[in-house]
Write a protein that binds this ligand. Structure first.
Ligand code: ACO
Length: 353
């Protein structure tokens, strides 16, 4: 038996391929470096090609989906009081119907940034801002969040992030989406399941804690002591280690370059922490091959974009929903019910009697 389904092939996909030994990621035949030059609508078009009935007017249709989601926001926001932003997103997505007059992937993908922006403004005591159909998804998200048009360089930085994380093989959240899709429960139900899996700190919940770690280390003189003590206590270093990558996660480099283009001021310090962390991990966990994962430079990039760390996991969902939606369509088109078996290790009736 493979604990954690390590190495088990549980689906065939034409969407993305992760080579954990070579440290490469391919999205629909495009190497990550090439895909990362697309904007968010571009990666949706790439991933949804051949799965969605029509790709026509995708930008306008996503804008229409944002407007339709916004029309529900005022009604739903009060119910999110007291929840974190990602919990509020889970609540608001659950309120969408699986059957819709919009294409289901378009509906859910357009809704996520609207809900996240509204929830964040609500947390800050501010009114939600209507989407602008003239903007692309990234620019509109930033405008709905801040109430003003974002610097184009910042929009490109966000696009790079969203595209880089849009799809990544059969990660935990995508697998959750495919399991639910395999029961024919529908797009929204599948995406809600995926979001629930993404939320955990071992998956999409890590980038906020990466910044907490950099803050806790504080200065260069404390790097080695802090890392050593943390590992001695048995704690994990956020932003390091990966189930599939046994070398550096290629997304880390794409995101690091994006932070550098935006002249992020913490890069030099982060690089020192990264180098020291890899060395300490090799010493404390020999043979485990723990390297930098996507979340380390995600934290720096999203921070440089000006996002509060409570938004990091929800913003991950804004990008990854493109991949979830594609996997749901692929599963619905080709897949059987996903129903593995467990090995019983409990008592026999005779033992229990
Ligand atoms: N810091 C310290 N030790 C670690 C780390 C880490 N970041 N990652 C793994 N280890 C250790 C484990 O403690 C374990 O040690 P042991 O064999 O002595 O018990 C060994 O390495 C193997 O760990 P597993 O949990 O079996 O490895 P798995 O493949 O399940 O873990 C995971 C992958 C969950 C990402 C892990 O590396 C981790 O917890 N990293 C920190 C959290 C993080 O960065 N999450 C984001 C992942 S990227 C993404 O999902 C988008």
């Amino acid at each position: 038996m493979s604990v954690g389904l390590d190495g088990v092939i549980a689906a065939e996909t034409a969407l993305s391929h992760v080579d954990g030994e070579a440290g490469t990621l391919i999205l629909k035949g495009l190497p990550l470096d090439a895909a990362a030059t697309l904007d968010f609508e571009g990666v949706c078009a790439l991933l949804w090609d051949g799965l969605l009935d029509t790709q026509d007017d995708l930008r306008a249709r996503l804008a229409a989906a944002r407007q339709q989601a916004f029309d529900r926001v005022a009604r739903m926001l009060p119910a999110a009081d007291g929840l974190t932003t990602v919990e509020g997103l889970r609540l608001m997505l659950s309120g969408l119907a699986d059957e819709t007059d919009l294409d289901p992937p378009v509906q859910v993908t357009g809704a996520v940034p609207v809900f996240v922006a509204a929830l964040d403004r609500h947390r800050r005591g501010l009114q939600p801002i209507e989407p602008n159909p003239d903007l692309g998804q990234s620019a509109d998200f930033l405008a709905m969040l801040a109430g003003e048009t974002a610097d184009p360089a910042i929009v490109v930085g966000l696009d790079t992030y969203l595209v880089t994380v849009a799809d990544h093989g059969l990660n935990a959240s995508t697998f959750a989406a495919r399991v639910v899709a395999s029961t024919r429960a529908g797009m929204v139900s599948s995406v809600v399941a995926a979001l629930c899996a993404l939320k955990g700190p071992l998956h999409g919940g890590a980038p906020g804690p990466v910044l907490d770690m950099l803050d806790a280390i504080g200065g260069e003189d404390r790097i080695d002591t802090w890392l050593d003590e943390t590992l001695k206590q048995g704690d994990r270093l956020m932003g390091f280690g990966h189930r599939v990558y046994k070398v550096r996660d290629p997304r880390a480099d794409v995101l690091k370059r994006a932070v550098a283009r935006l002249k992020g001021d913490r890069i030099a310090f982060a690089e020192k922490v990264e180098q020291a962390a890899i060395a300490h991990l090799a010493r404390h966990k020999p043979g485990r091959r723990l390297e930098t994962n996507v979340e380390f430079y995600t934290a720096l990039l999203l921070d440089r974009i000006g996002l509060d760390r409570s938004l990091f996991t929800p913003v991950f969902a804004i990008g990854r929903v493109a991949g979830w939606a594609a996997h749901v369509m692929e599963q619905e088109a080709t897949g059987r019910l996903i129903r593995p078996q467990s090995r019983y290790v409990g008592p026999t009736p005779q033992q229990a009697a």
